[in-house]
Design a protein around this ligand. Sequence first.
Ligand code: F6R
Length: 247
Amino acid sequence: PVQIYANDSEASFDIAKRIATIIKQKQAEGRQAVLGLATGVSPIKVYKELIRLHKEEGLSFKNVVTFNLDEYYPIQPDAEQSYVRFMKEQLFDHVDIDMANVHIPDGTLPENEITAFCLDYEQKINSYGGIDVQILGIGRTGHIGFNEPGSAPNSGTRLVTLNDLTRRDASKDFGSKENVPTKAITMGIGTIFKAREIILMAWSEKKASIIKKAVEGNITSDVPATYLQTSQNATFYIDQGASVELT
Ligand code: F6R
């Protein structure tokens, strides 16, 4: 399904409310809530609202476990562009989450340890009973996580090569395309699909043409987000701008 909002703020409030509901439900059951998180511009207002709910309405993250979708490779956690740093600045530093419950792919591993790390990441997700809700942005290549065109529907967490357009889009953060790492570690499409609920968000006309392909196009590995059409659990939350090319 697709839900179209007047603007990204209203959509982000709704997404934050949904996440808060899941956290509180699990709290009431004495269980942990497992969140799959994304970085980038798209989720920033969701995180802002979650912080507000924590500060003003007593929402606690004590029972929350998180798994981030991806991280550049290689990258140091304290680098300005690292997703570890992003998540701390945009969310974790402002709520009462136990940092031992936070999982983000490790951009500092030697290359020969990545395969084992990725298998372990999958197993950790499973050990918590799977992801309750996964949030996603969408890249202009149609990537979700860093699953670029060509990614298989059953792919798992792995080292991938970033698409040229993705690196160009990231050049605003790194100063130039040449400074953007060529690789990343990402959850796979198969990993994402195991989440019990999937929320993809896209804001503004910049995303309109890829949203049209993702929602209405043929299901193809050329546009990995089209796989979401086959999921009962996935909802596209988009604003007016991102919806303009939908028929
Ligand atoms: C980030 C991620 C990416 C972004 C996508 C959109 O963790 O997995 O798929 O969601 O590149 O980025 P923004 O939101 O910056 O347009």
